[in-house]
Design a protein around this ligand. Structure first.
Ligand SMILES: [Fe+2]
Length: 198
């Protein structure tokens, strides 16, 4: 009897924050206030747009408390991690992208898990694309796999997430990712973070 086994999966956890509506406006106000204090921001993976300094996990503010609560709820209800697992947010930053802005392909070194939380995600404001860590290994054989097998085994070069406000995603920090160009007239606001688990 023949069997096909697919191994070495990649962890992607996606969750909707249930209390998002209650904090949505305060979070939006907070991000714009922060931008007004430091219009220049920093230049990292962002092509255009405003990328804040990654300091929001180092003091108490609405963003860090919503994110910490969101991560803990997500991990607590996911059954992925052992119940005594603890997390530490290493850094946390805000991105405000406007029409024509994007984030180029990058990964987050010196961290275990990374995440994105969307505060404002209008239509066509840029999907998050995560790239397979197996692309090089699969490159030769993947072109001969049937569509049916690829779909069943989730074998793909990249995985796209069409974001919605209030969603939170966690993924291994070693996974390359980018954000597609925004085609929206409205701002796209997200925050991103790195986590150490122990
Ligand atoms: Fe990133």
């Amino acid at each position: 009897m023949m069997k096909v086994v697919t191994i070495f999966p990649t962890l992607i956890i996606i969750n909707e924050l249930d209390n998002f509506k209650e904090v949505e406006n305060d979070l939006i106000d907070f991000t714009y206030e922060e931008r007004s204090k430091d219009n220049k921001g920093v230049s990292v993976s962002n092509i255009g747009g405003w990328h804040s300094k990654p300091h929001y996990s180092s003091y108490e503010n609405i963003l860090s408390s919503v994110i910490l609560q969101g991560i803990n709820k997500t991990l607590g209800s996911s059954s992925v991690f052992k119940s005594n697992t603890t997390i530490k947010i290493l850094n946390l930053w805000i991105n405000i992208n406007q029409k024509g802005n994007l984030n180029s392909k990058h990964l987050h070194p010196r961290s275990d898990l990374s995440g994105v939380f969307w505060i404002k995600a209008p239509k066509n404001s840029g999907n998050l694309r995560l790239y397979s860590p197996h692309t090089y290994d699969h490159a030769a054989q993947i072109q001969y796999f049937s569509e049916d097998f690829k779909n069943k085994a989730q074998i793909k070069a990249s995985y796209e997430i069409n974001p919605s406000a209030g969603s939170l995603i966690l993924f291994p920090s070693s996974i390359y990712h980018d954000v597609a160009i925004s085609r929206s007239d409205e701002d796209r606001i997200s925050c991103a973070f790195n986590i150490k688990i122990s």
